[in-house]
Design a protein around this ligand. Structure first.
Ligand code: ADP
Length: 381
């Protein structure tokens, strides 16, 4: 059974094909084919994506004979809102629900809807499954869900959802397997540090706290997003004449590593500039790791302890300096790194010191594989 995964983001689209055979697959399994498209600006995204998908069965690099070999298509959908809390086979009412919440995550949900429409055209009749970044956090308790504004906000649907759930969940399961321990016995803090950054507190496999909220803007400092700031700044700026759209752009695109360093939203470029004694790049790194450290400790407090600390996604997997700076402040929680292992990570690696009370792991994000598995589970029955 071949499953195609479309992971449509605001700035890129990843497409991958996985093959499920009769026997057990390695977990994670590698895709038999994958492509990544980075969006540059005003290009025609649908036809660019169509061309890529058609390469699967047409042209010299074809990996399948015809589109009918694809059994199902899985889509990453960033925001499921309050209604969509499990992977689901897409029908017109599911599409409508995805469109309804796109007000809260416009860039991401619109991209997923375009991907769904494209597959309807290219592969008519093939079952499509939506897998939500919010779904894993459906177990957040009320005190981690409701904002301390007027209660009426909650009644109107303004509440915390949390994101990156597909990868937070995958990492928790992967950690239990790597450590040969029962997931149900573990208190895990996962740090998803990519362009977007969030933490999750996972107790026995269930998400009980996370740093992102109503939108993917809350919590940690990110590539171009501010993360949490004093909401008083927003009312101050609005009174001074900044519009809602301008605030949106400032907070989502002109803040974070980019906004502080003035160099780049890319951690590699920020670290390089900091090495060259660019003070603002150094400040950006210091704010990033300061907030990361406090966030990890807050997640540990929500769990009442921490057995495993996981670093994942672009920065989490590749930046030993970020892991080092975050963990240096967490000795009081029993976190201690093996510096040799931390500086030479290759694949999923235990980087904790032998005497560390907390196991510190680096785990590669495998969102597409996680989506394919959920899609397989729903459509192979
Ligand atoms: P996305 O959220 O778009 O999936 P990724 O998980 O690919 O993003 O993460 C992108 C981030 O990873 C970028 O900020 C980039 O700077 C960072 N990154 C990638 N490689 C390295 C590296 N070797 N050192 C530091 N940061 C890195």
């Amino acid at each position: 059974m071949k499953i195609l995964v479309l992971n449509s983001g605001s700035s890129s689209q990843k497409t991958a094909l996985f093959e499920f055979g009769a026997g057990d697959l390695p977990d994670p399994a590698l895709p038999i084919w994958e492509r990544k498209l980075e969006w540059k600006g005003a290009e025609d995204r649908q036809s660019a994506a169509a061309e890529i998908i058609e390469e699967l069965w047409g042209g010299s690099n074809a990996v399948i004979g015809s589109p009918s070999e694809i059994s199902a298509v899985g889509h990453r959908v960033v925001h499921g809102g309050a209604k969509l809390t499990e992977p689901v086979v897409i029908d017109p009412s599911v599409k409508q629900s995805i469109a309804d919440v796109s007000e809260i995550a416009p860039l991401h949900n619109q991209a997923a809807l375009q991907g769904i429409d494209l597959v309807e055209k290219l592969l008519p009749g093939i079952p499509q499954v939506a897998v939500f970044d919010t779904a894993f956090h459906r177990t957040l308790p009320p005190h981690a869900t409701v904002y301390p504004g007027p209660y009426e906000w909650f009644e109107r649907g303004i509440r915390r959802f949390g994101f990156h759930g597909i990868n937070h969940e995958y990492c928790a399961h992967r950690a239990a397997r790597l450590l040969k321990l029962e997931l149900s016995s573990l208190k895990i803090v996962t740090c998803h540090l990519g362009n977007g950054c969030s933490l999750a507190a996972i107790d026995g496999g269930r998400s009980v706290d996370t740093t992102m909220g109503f939108t993917p803007l809350e919590g940690l400092m990110m590539g171009t997003r501010s993360g949490s700031i004093d909401p008083g700044i927003l009312t101050y700026l609005m009174r001074k004449g900044t519009s809602g759209d301008q605030l949106d752009s400032l907070l989502n695109h002109q803040s974070g590593l980019m906004g502080i360093s003035g160099v780049s939203s890319d951690m590699r470029a920020v670290l390089k500039a900091a090495d060259e004694e660019n003070a603002r790049a150094q400040l950006a790194f210091d704010i990033f790791t300061h907030r990361l450290k406090s966030g990890i400790a807050a997640m540990a407090a929500s769990l009442g302890g921490m057995d495993v600390l996981i670093f994942t996604a672009g920065i989490g997997e590749n930046s030993s300096q970020t892991r080092d700076a975050a963990c240096a402040g967490l000795k009081f929680l029993g976190v201690s790194l093996n510096h040799d292992k931390n500086s030479s990570v290759d694949g999923d690696t235990d980087v904790s010191a032998a005497d560390s009370k907390v196991k510190v792991l680096v785990i590669r994000a495998q969102e597409d594989w996680a989506i394919a598995q959920k899609c397989f589970a729903l459509t192979s029955l």
